[in-house]
Design a binder for this molecule. Structure first.
Ligand SMILES: NC(=O)C1=CN([C@@H]2O[C@H](COP(=O)(O)OP(=O)(O)OC[C@H]3O[C@@H](n4cnc5c(N)ncnc54)[C@H](O)[C@@H]3O)[C@@H](O)[C@H]2O)C=CC1
Ligand SMILES: CC(=O)C(=O)O
Ligand SMILES: [Mg+2]
Length: 370
């Protein structure tokens, strides 16, 4: 198969869809790989390393899209890329369709085949291609939250871990999945007083077993959230309903009940966010303030730590990319329930229920396109 790796063009997105090691693995499987010049620069990989691994370097993004049967990247295509997508071209990347109607419509119109990292799903319901970036974003959410709690950045001016004689900050985490657990570990390690909520009691039991004593677990419901937001300094949004728009757990009216300088980090913003007032922001301009509450809603958090994220991402994606390249998307998806769940939009049809429901579009059973 002919595979193309373009340079990411989303704001401050420094990751890249494949490392030189990943390219080499594809080449050793008999595939041809084209990498856009400087695509790996932000992640610490020079063009020369890709060339030594067996890739051909192309100067422009248009040339990469024009030649490739499969595009392997990180983030969803942005508007300037839409017209580069060819009829029937396979795109393997994060899409987060349910939060982005124009993207969904554009991919339908381009007749693309969209295999979404975030909905590839194992039989145990885990999301193997989301996990590594959720680990990064979960850990980062506390680093960013601690920073924006500083007074010059409009936060409350509270130190996460406190000091002897002064109480630490209170951290509230909505959702105890991968993002939430990694956030809890970091916040607890820094000495904060942490509360983590989930609707899954079995998950809360597990978290209670593995997390340290400065983390309290609590069942998630509207009543509890409304009370807890009044006292917590840093609130992390980390819920997920796979493939669907995130539920609004913190509503606009609750902001007035929070302490001035409270920081909200809505990691779930890529699925539409779980805080009503959250709108996607960029690394260039990551925060905005409503009712004295700082909102951090960067939709590609791991893009800021590309040395870590690119390697973590391709550690997880490469085996799937190789499968798809070796068999072609139809056979690979027909033979793998995991990969089949990754199909969202195929040749003009929406084949993922959560996406069709989000926009009232017609849903087509994925098996009919295989
Ligand atoms: N902004 C960014 O850069 C990034 C965003 N993400 C996003 O973070 C979100 C979370 O991802 P993961 O932790 O991997 O998902 P996950 O599936 O591991 O965890 C989600 C958790 O939310 C819980 N949940 C669902 N409804 C809830 C409710 N009403 N109250 C409390 N908990 C509830 C679930 O039971 C589950 O434990 C996703 O939207 C993901 O796309 C992930 C990586 C980077
Ligand atoms: C998961 C995701 O959206 C990201 O890593 O950017
Ligand atoms: Mg607490």
């Amino acid at each position: 198969m002919i595979i193309g790796v373009p340079k990411e063009i989303k704001n401050n997105e420094n990751r890249v869809g494949a490392t030189p090691a990943g390219v080499n693995e594809l080449v050793r499987n008999g595939h041809t790989v084209y990498v856009q010049a400087t695509a790996g620069e932000g992640s610490g990989f020079a063009d020369e390393e890709y060339a030594n691994a067996g890739a051909t370097i192309l100067p422009t993004i248009a040339e990469v899209y024009a030649i490739a049967e499969m595009i392997v990247k990180v983030k969803e295509p942005i508007e300037s890329e839409y017209s580069l997508i060819k009829d029937n071209q396979l795109l393997f990347t994060y899409f987060h369709f349910a939060s982005h109607e124009p993207l969904t419509k554009a991919m339908i119109e381009r007749n693309a085949v969209c295999l979404a990292y975030e909905t590839v799903e194992r039989p145990d319901r885990s999301l193997p291609l989301l996990v590594p970036m959720s680990e990064v974003a979960g850990r980062m959410s506390i680093q960013e939250g601690a920073k924006y709690l500083e007074k010059p950045l409009k936060g409350r001016g509270i130190l996460l871990g406190g000091v002897p004689g002064v109480r630490p900050a209170q951290v509230l985490i909505l959702g105890g999945g991968v993002v939430g657990t990694n956030a809890a570990k970091m916040a607890a390690g820094m000495g904060a007083d942490v509360t983590i909520l989930d609707t899954n009691l079995a998950r809360l039991r597990y978290l209670d077993d593995v997390l340290p004593a400065n983390v309290t677990t609590q069942m998630s419901n509207g009543y509890v959230i409304r009370e807890l937001v009044k006292t917590h300094d840093l609130i992390i949004g980390a819920v997920l309903i796979p493939g669907a728009k995130a539920p609004n757990l913190i509503t606009r009216d609750m902001l007035k009940t929070m302490k001035p300088g409270t920081v909200l980090v809505d990691v779930a913003v890529d699925q539409g966010g779980c805080i009503e007032t959250c709108k996607p922001t960029t690394h260039e301009n990551p925060t905005f303030i409503i009712d004295d509450v700082v909102h951090y809603c960067v939709a590609n958090m791991p893009g800021a730590v590309p040395f870590t994220s690119t390697q973590a991402l391709t550690n997880a994606t490469l085996p799937y990319v190789v499968q798809v390249a070796n068999k072609g998307w139809k056979e690979a998806c027909a033979n793998s329930e995991e990969l089949k769940k990754g199909l969202n939009v195929v040749n003009g049809k929406v084949v993922y229920k959560g996406v069709a429901e989000a926009f009232g579009l017609e849903y087509t059973d994925v098996n009919t396109v295989l």
